[in-house]
Design a protein around this ligand. Structure first.
Ligand SMILES: Nc1ncnc2c1ncn2[C@@H]1O[C@H](COP(=O)(O)OP(=O)(O)O)[C@@H](O)[C@H]1O
Ligand SMILES: [Mg+2]
Length: 254
């Protein structure tokens, strides 16, 4: 059965697109059939993170939402092995506020083990369309007050819609004393933190390299955290790292 999961945050820049790129890569490596959808139609950049050359004659989610194409026509294959439905800023139709993804997404059911939706920032129609289309969501936040307020309001929106939440991913953790810790985040948002991802410059760099960090730097602590999360979201047991992996991590101190 296909599971539809949206990555939401309220705030922009917290790491939604990064998480979607890395989860999709990890899930493919775990043998899953995966498709990612750029649900951030008015701020699309999933294809940039994934190094997909975008051209104006590509069929995209914008065309689907505009009623100009079927969703199956907007599917592209990424070399890593997952499929992607991109959106393009150059294709924004400013007269069309129809973000109703749900009415198209059902055509993908049964084809994939998991559909990941990279949501927009905010709590507006575009985000609601992503949430409405999903079975379940993950809220991602950073350990700072502004991100947490947005995360809390995203949780309230999900509650209002009676949608399940897997939990909170706490990203860009630097371990500094003025940032909120896991316990505080759990109490503030009222949800469990299921994954803490450290801040690492290689993650920022991965956008320039157009390659998810789990692929370019699989031993990095942040990569290992996201690979573990990929098992959790499909309810699979995380395999133990073999001895060689453990030694590499100790020697490289990552
Ligand atoms: N754990 C991290 N450490 C360092 N930089 C990160 C981390 N997660 C995300 N980033 C960087 O933060 C920026 C915003 O991330 P992005 O995934 O585009 O956020 P969003 O989709 O929520 O707007 C990008 O430059 C990305 O590389
Ligand atoms: Mg994004």
């Amino acid at each position: 059965m296909t599971r539809i999961l949206s990555i939401v945050s309220g705030k922009g820049g917290v790491g939604k697109t990064t998480l979607v790129s890395n989860l999709s890569t990890s899930l493919v490596k775990n043998g899953k059939k995966v498709i990612v959808i750029d649900g951030n139609v008015t701020g699309s950049n999933l294809h940039i993170h994934l190094g997909i050359e975008a051209t104006d004659n590509m069929v995209t989610l914008n065309d689907v939402l505009d009623g100009k194409a079927f969703i199956t026509q907007a599917i592209y294959r990424h070399p890593i092995g997952f499929s992607i439905i991109p959106a393009l800023l150059s294709k924004i139709n400013y007269d069309n506020n129809n973000f109703d993804l749900k009415k198209h997404i059902f055509e993908l059911l049964g084809e994939y083990d998991i559909i990941l939706i990279d949501a927009a920032a905010g709590l507006g129609e575009e985000v609601q369309a992503a949430i409405n289309s999903s079975d379940v969501s993950i809220i991602i936040t950073n350990p700072d007050p502004a991100s947490l307020v947005n995360a809390l309001h995203t949780k309230k929106l999900l509650e209002l819609k009676e949608k399940d939440v897997v939990g909170v991913v706490l990203n860009k953790v630097r371990g500094e004393k003025d940032e909120h810790n896991k316990k505080y985040v759990e109490e503030y948002v009222g949800l469990p933190v299921i994954c803490e991802i450290p801040y690492h410059h290689k993650i920022r760099r991965s956008v320039y390299k157009k390659m998810p960090v789990v692929e370019s730097d699989p031993h990095l602590k942040a990569s290992r955290k996201m690979k573990t999360l990929a098992y959790t979201i499909v309810d699979e047991e995380v395999p133990k790292e073999n001895l060689l992996e453990q030694i590499k991590v100790i020697i490289l101190n990552i």
